[in-house]
Design a binder for this molecule. Sequence first.
Ligand code: UDX
Length: 437
Amino acid sequence: MKIGIVGLGFVGLSLSSVLASKGYDIIGIDIDEEKCKTISDGISPFFEPELENLLKNGLKKKLEISNDFSLIRNCDFIFVTVGTPQNTDGSINLSIIKKAVSIIGENLQRSKKKPIILVKSTVIPGTMKKNILPILEKKSNKKAGKDFGLISNPEFLQESTAIRDTKFPHVVVLGGYETEFMKKAKKLFIKLHPNVPIVITNHQTAEMIKYANNSFLATKISFINQLSNICQKIPGANVDDIAKTIGLDPRIGKLFLNAGPGYGGSCLPKDMKALINFANTTGVTPTLLNAVEDVNMKQLEQIISIIKQRLGNLTSKRVTILGIAFKPNTDDIRNSIAIELIKKLQKRKVIITIHDPKAIKNTKKFFGDKIKYANTIVDALSESQCVVIMTQWKQYEKLNNNQFKNMKKKFVIDCRRMLTNKQLDVDYFAIGLGKEN
Ligand code: UDX
């Protein structure tokens, strides 16, 4: 059995590496030749814990990486894991996935196999039936359900735990028609993930499940962020104690209640926008989803107004930002709130210095010499008038008076309450904590 994986981003490369290291015969395909070369050398194009080891291990077994799409002709299963970015109006951009399935379709025409195509890419409800299926049938001159199977198989992995999530998903969703292909796909997943619930449904429901999942997570975050703003007005109130306690109620659950500067990343903001856009096209006004986004945007405004309150006019003021990655243990800065913060501070002519354990290289690509980059936390803080801790990197927990001593003004904004239990000789503001009078 041969498995093809088209699109070697977080999802595709994690899946290729995990399956190959289990001994499956895998061909990982990407249109980007350079990227394919890097991966073939055992180097991951992005930082993801455990990934590179697993990739190297897979390459020693039966993992082949190529930009030659004709190799999918020998595949029994083809996973589509390409990106579905957003248009400027927030709607989903399907051009990459359309192109990928076109090429898959053309190759299917010349294939003797009856493969099962599983689409992991996030697509708005109706896309599989309205776009993907017709393209595949037209380009291959074959019939879905007869000559090949087509299944929606949304992915729920999180960056920074991509390998664990790929090995141990909490659920497998298979959307499509109840054909022999579906039975075969179910068998594969039972073998891959015994004891994991498998939900079989139609395409449009599977597509919607992914948006329901991500928009619910975003809603939890905005909910706790809104509560954290209220807590800030109650002297002595602590949002973490509240989150911990309500999280013990099984109807609520403890995860995704960590108040902070707002959600970012390559998925939640994009999927929220796509769902809002989609809801509007159906005639449903997504009042709650709009509010979730609104709260998210206001978190950042709040940080800026706190800086302004303390520093006054921001022109030529020195601000340090600790943590640029959209979350710890990744070098990914896509839609990171810290990047938005930098952009907004730049507009106000602030002199910005940043530090991040992994994301400096990616941030440099974005801002070039418009901001300063520090390799150590001490360097980042030297002469600074305000420091904002944006990303919950472990090393920031160790911040102490010694590291703050060279700041010109010791004003600390802690978006993740990492330093709450420390005796610090600084002017300290933490999101979600009400200052005692
Ligand atoms: C998300 C979904 O979790 C995942 O299921 C989906 O497949 C892809 O999108 P990811 O983008 O990797 O995963 O990051 P996630 O861990 O969900 O974090 C998203 C953002 O929310 C980050 O900016 C994070 O800092 C923020 N967040 C998360 C909070 O502010 N508080 C929380 O409690 C949790």
